[in-house]
Design a protein around this ligand. Structure first.
Ligand SMILES: [Cu+2]
Length: 159
């Protein structure tokens, strides 16, 4: 009697262990089919977008306001001077979505104030402080320092 009871329990245990297997086997081909479908949906959408918009991660470009940038050039007649002495590099070429970060390495406070392409204005920022701006539209940008109006720089933004 005990032997029969043990074997009934054992058979029951085997049945419980083996019972879920058919379900797992049915599930596997289904998920493969779903993966194939997802792939075929993904492919046509990805290929037309590729040639016109290469995936380039947005970057941040550094521009420095060098030491002694505040010094007015001799014989200055009031014009804007696009020169590495003031903003270095003086012309930056970037893409839409990129950011330019200016760092003031001069002893004196300066500004980055746009006169063309944007209306952004850093306001005065001190030595070793930074200011950054993200360009969301293509175009030619110009900026200067309101405190030292000979200081000028450019940013070219491509699509
Ligand atoms: Cu300045």
């Amino acid at each position: 009697m005990l032997v029969i009871a043990v074997s009934v329990v054992a058979i029951g245990a085997i049945y419980v262990l083996t019972e879920p297997q058919p379900t797992a086997q049915i599930a596997k081909p289904l998920s493969e089919e779903t993966a194939k479908q997802a792939e075929s949906v993904r492919q046509p959408a990805a290929s037309p977008a590729k040639p016109s918009q290469p995936a380039v991660a947005p970057k941040t470009v550094q521009v420095e306001i060098p030491a002694d940038a505040f010094m007015a050039p001799q014989g200055w007649k009031g014009e804007k001077l696009f020169d590495d002495k003031f903003y270095k590099p003086n012309k930056v070429e970037i893409r839409v979505g990129d950011t330019v970060e200016w760092t003031n390495k001069d002893l004196i406070t300066h500004t980055v104030t746009f006169t063309k392409g944007a209306t952004a204005d850093s306001g005065p920022f001190e030595q070793s402080k930074t200011w950054k701006y993200t360009f969301t539209k293509a175009g030619e940008y110009e900026y200067f320092c309101t405190l030292h109006p000979y200081m000028a720089g450019r940013v070219g933004v491509e699509q």
